[in-house]
Design a protein around this ligand. Sequence first.
Ligand code: HEM
Length: 136
Amino acid sequence: MSESKEFTLQEVTGHNTKKDLYMVIHDKVYDCTSFVDEHPGGEEVLLDVGGQDGTEAFEDVGHSDEAREILDGLLVGNVKRMPGDPEPKSHGATSSSSATTASSGGFGVGLYAIILIGGAIAYGAYNYLEAQKAQQ
Ligand code: HEM
């Protein structure tokens, strides 16, 4: 039952060469050694995340279901999180970045509203004072 084997992030880090390449995706550990030469995206990108958490890199590309099936076949175990380990990379890298865009967009609209309302109040106050002056 090699699939239930647990690896600490520290252990995975050691497998970062072309001849011995592990990678963490969604908190699971994959042995990509046999796949490096076959990867349609090239070996370079796999080596880049070798021994690390490649969740974001993998999801950013928008890999197909076929790619996920290949991944299933490379599974060797689960990540055993130790105290002090970095948080798992978020699953929806794209959705979280779009959420950021949406919220920053919301902030942009809010900012415009504040500037417009502020400008309108200042303009109104200016007109009011001018009218007062004219009456005196
Ligand atoms: C073991 C993990 C991985 C597997 C099994 C895998 C598998 C595949 C497969 C099957 C494709 C062909 C297109 C598709 O079916 O989606 C592909 C394309 C690609 N992969 Fe991966 N991949 C893995 C990890 C990564 C990582 C970590 C990156 C980092 C950026 C990456 C970058 C790419 C790129 C850029 C392409 C597009 C190549 C092209 O269309 O020219 N892959 N991958």
